[in-house]
Every structure is written in C-alpha cells, then in structure tokens.
Design a binder for this molecule. Structure first.
Ligand code: ZN
Length: 272
C-alpha cells in the first residue's frame, strides 16, 4: 500500500487495519475520543502526549478522508476486544474451563428443548385424538353454534350511542337454536326485562351466576333446578337489539366478569 505524504504517520495496512507510525492502538483511541467528545486537536494532544501535533493532524485528516473504513476497523477491534474479555472470563473460574462447562450446558439445554417439544406435540396430538376440549372450567358454551359478534367491555352502545359497559358476550348467527344452561344451578330470574327481552338468570355454586338475554322464548321458571346442558330457551331478538343474538353474562359475587374467564369461546368473529 502506498502512503501519501499528506498522511505520513497514518495509513490502513493491507488488512484494512489502521496503523500510525510508532503506535497502532493509540490512534484508534484518539479517533474514538475525537468522535465521542469532539475534542480539538490541542486537547487531544494533552491526552496523547506521546503523539506529536503533526501526527494528530495527520490522523484526523486521514480519518476525514477514510471514515467508513476506519469506523469498520474500530468496530472490528472493539468486537475482538469484547471476545477476548469474554474468553478470559470463561477460563478464569474453577478447574474446568468455563467454556467446556458452557458447551456441556448447551448440549443439555438442546436435549431438554427437544424432549419438551416432543412432549408438547404428543400432548397436543393426544388432546386432538381424544377430543378433550381445552376447558377452563366446568361451564359450557350456552349455544352449540354461532359467531362471537361482540366482546365484554366498554363500547359505544349500538342503539343508545353512548359509552357503556357491555356486560356480556354476544353470540350471533344462532337464531332459533337452543340455549343451554352453562352449569348446574337454580333459576333466579325467568321473565321479560326491558332492554334484555326474554331473560333467564341462573345461580350456580361459589357465587357465580349466568344470564341469557334476548331469547325468543324460555322454558324455565324461577326456582327451577336446571342441569348443565339443559335447554332453557331459544335464541331470538327480543328487547333492545339490532339483530337476533344471544347475550350471555357471567357474574361473580354480583359483579359482571368477562364470560371468557369461565367459558372457552373462539375469537371475536370466529364461528363455532
Ligand atoms: Zn350483548
């Protein structure tokens, strides 16, 4: 590589490594601190007294003209320094070199990971084969088929146009289908309620209640005992609705909770 007289103290060698006559490492530091702290050449010289002013000027001039290559060189050196530091750490503890321990650990981790993956696949296949649903509780869906059309939570009410808590989950496209009791219990309410239309509420154990609204009709009376899966009504569009659907609520100690906490429904908009 030819070195021009302009840069008589610095050049990149054939491996693209920055070289300054008499000192290689220091010029890297110099350029790093020049870049980081924007120090003037005079200030730099105080920190690098072994370099002459002309060496510093030459180094900086060279840097301006070859920034990309020099930055790459500095980056490579710092990575190399980090690697050296890591390797030094690995070998500094205990009798067995740490790198050796790490290799053993990685092998064990890989084996464990493979085992875990195989077990998961076997479990998923078994569940699919046996048809066991991923059930969160003893509560079942109140209709056999439908589409989740609205979630529990705050929303703009489609009729009243105000922000209101939607106290349940809406299941559409199940008009005329039977409504099942989600779990064993005693009927607490079975009547027409303004807004809710034909409405049934069932008391279950542990302070849980389920409620079913907008039904076409219902077949139970207050204080009836109902079994899980018993047909309590037919999906309809009674009360304040924009279209027929089942509005299904779950209460725990008289507070509305997201029905998804009790019953496993598919995602919003997904049919089942
Ligand atoms: Zn609703």
């Amino acid at each position: 590589m030819t070195t021009s007289t302009k840069y008589k103290y610095v050049h990149l060698d054939e491996k693209n490594v920055l070289v300054i006559t008499g000192s290689t490492i220091k010029v890297v530091e110099l350029i790093t601190s020049f870049k980081t702290y924007s120090q003037k050449p005079e200030e730099l010289q105080k920190n690098y007294p072994h370099l002459s002013m002309s060496q510093i000027y030459s180094a900086l001039a060279y840097y301006w003209d070859n920034q990309a290559a020099i930055d790459a060189d500095i980056e490579k050196r710092s990575q190399y320094a980090e690697k050296l530091a890591q390797e030094a750490e690995e070998y500094s503890l205990g009798k067995e070199p740490k790198a050796e321990k790490n290799r053993t650990n990685i092998k064990l981790k890989k084996k464990f990971y493979v085992l875990l993956t195989v077990l998961t696949i076997v479990l998923v296949l078994a569940i699919n084969y046996l048809g066991v649903p991923p059930n969160r509780s003893d509560f079942i869906r109140p209709v056999g088929h439908g589409v989740i059309t609205s979630e529990f939570g705050n929303r703009l009410h489609p009729i009243y146009r105000t922000m209101k808590l939607h106290k349940g989950i809406d299941i559409g496209y199940c008009n005329g289908k039977p409504v099942f009791a989600s779990a064993d219990g005693v009927v607490n309410i079975a009547s027409w309620i303004s807004g809710y239309g034909n409405f049934v509420e069932i008391n279950h154990s542990k302070g849980v209640q389920t409620a079913y609204a907008h039904m076409e009709k219902f077949f139970v009376n207050k204080n009836d005992w109902v079994k899980q899966g018993q047909i309590i009504g037919i999906v309809g569009g009674t009360g304040g609705v924009t279209g027929p659907h089942l509005h299904f609520e779950v209460l725990k100690h008289e507070k509305f909770i997201n029905p998804r906490k009790k019953v496993n429904f598919p995602r919003l908009g997904v049919s089942f």
